[in-house]
Design a binder for this molecule. Sequence first.
Ligand SMILES: [Zn+2]
Length: 107
Amino acid sequence: MRQEGTERPFTSPLLDEHRKGTFACAGCALPLFTSNAKFDSGTGWPSFWQPLPNAVAYKRDTSLFMERTEEHCRRCGGHLGHVFDDGPRPTGKRHCINGLSLTFKPA
Ligand SMILES: [Zn+2]
């Protein structure tokens, strides 16, 4: 998961994870998202409209001739995915996360 690649869409078992619980970093087990903030973005990657406080860090990514915001685990620096501005309310953010970067713990 240290490689900043992205898994193929619709391959993550977490896509269909609809139980209540916590999504934690696959690298260091830091809790990153809760099931409350998960939504179906239709993109094929697990998507959230809000991370937990102090869970993630951001970096500008200008690769692929696009400007995107990369998201990393704040504790171990593991690459998680990208953030976009077309998410649902209340935040308007779409955190598009690699399923491989997360582990799910049911509540
Ligand atoms: Zn981590």
